[in-house]
Design a protein around this ligand. Structure first.
Ligand code: GLY
Length: 355
């Protein structure tokens, strides 16, 4: 698979990853390398990764606890302190080896340590490969509110080695599929159908679809890197999805949802809102609900849950002037940004989901 060049960095695939990395390490003159891992990637990904790295530069490992609950300023504090104690300087490189939490948090820590050191993303989950590691978004949560603190800053390169997918439990793969399905719904009906087929055929042609997802995302990000406009499309399903994820994360009586599981619910709700707001077809709305529920199952969201989730919407990062801005669909592959939706319709969308 040929490398994808974006305006600021390149994305390399499978075997090409390590020749690109090793060449970069030879020429960049780094003082030290810091590999950020969590407890899972330390055990399952780091030995494989280190065996591929050829360098004389000293490599230090920094480990954080796995899980969204740890995507916090306290964890950043721990990593900044570790960097400092291990004598990181401005010529140090951070390599973020993990899923979206590692690439988001590691990118944020690197971008702010000593006013910014270089970092490379090595995504190990499907979700991070097709979304989180690409496009320069870095950040952490504020309490239960997702990604409220952060900045946009490009990595030096992204290395997508699909070998790492073998280290994942099936639910993590399913979570990543939600972002690929999002690209289908927002960009192309044929891609939506191809992703469903891939899921149903035990991930046949998954590498090709990962590649295609990354191209879709790269094309959007290059038009609007700071999300003033068209990049908002990539948040389809995320307005309510993030609020649902935050609600389940902060509520001890609820199970924690993986990001993709929450986004799948958010996409069903957004399809219903699209049907009410635009020319989006009833038939497509019903089909999408049944396909997403067949993949992700049903999560009970009662009226009390709905009220708190609607309250959480006021923290959505797309809000402007006190309005909650939704991304909706006119048709599959035809998104519409900056849609204002009234709360009674959001309630109706939950009823549609619950039916
Ligand atoms: N995950 C959406 C974006 O990067 O814009």
């Amino acid at each position: 698979m040929t490398s994808i060049n974006t305006q600021n960095y390149s994305i390399h695939f499978n075997d090409n990853c390590y020749s690109a990395l090793n060449t970069h390490l030879k020429t960049a003159n780094y003082s030290k390398l810091f590999v950020l891992v969590d407890s899972h990637t330390h055990r399952f990904c780091l030995p494989y990764f280190l065996a591929k790295v050829e360098t004389h530069v000293v490599i230090e490992i920094i480990e954080i606890e796995a899980g969204e609950i740890n995507k916090t300023i306290e964890t950043c504090d721990g990593v900044w302190s570790a960097l400092s104690e291990l004598d990181a300087d401005r010529k140090s490189l951070m390599i973020n080896l993990g899923g979206g939490i590692i690439t988001d948090l590691g990118g944020f820590v690197a971008s702010t340590f000593k006013r910014g050191i270089n970092f490379i993303n090595v995504p190990t989950t499907l979700l991070a490969m097709v979304d989180a590691s690409i496009g320069g978004k870095t950040g952490i949560d504020l309490g239960a509110l997702k990604n409220q603190i952060g900045l946009i800053n490009s990595s030096e390169m992204v290395l997508v080695d699909t070998y790492f997918l073998k280290t994942l439990p099936p639910l993590e793969i399913r979570s990543g599929f939600a972002e690929m399905l999002k690209y289908g719904l927002t960009h192309s009906k044929s891609y939506w159908e191809a992703v469903i087929k891939c899921y149903e055929t035990n991930y046949d042609k998954l590498d090709d679809l990962i590649y295609k997802s990354i191209i879709i995302k790269k094309n959007v990000v290059e038009q609007d890197p700071f999300e003033d406009n068209i990049r908002k499309v990539l948040n389809f399903g995320h307005t309510l999805g993030h609020a649902i994820e935050s609600y389940f994360l902060s509520n001890k009586n609820k199970t924690t949802l993986l990001h993709g599981e929450a986004i799948a619910i958010g996409m069903i709700l957004a399809c219903y809102l699209s049907k009410e707001h635009t020319s989006f077809s009833v038939k497509d709305c019903n089909t999408i609900k049944s396909i997403l529920k067949s993949i992700y199952g049903h999560i009970n969201i009662n009226e009390k849950d709905q009220n708190t989730i609607i309250e959480l919407l006021k923290h959505d990062k797309k809000n402007e002037g006190g309005n909650v801005n939704f991304v909706l669909l006119k048709a599959i592959g035809e998104p519409k940004i900056n849609c204002i939706v009234e709360n009674y319709l959001i309630k109706k969308s939950f009823n549609f989901y619950n039916q």
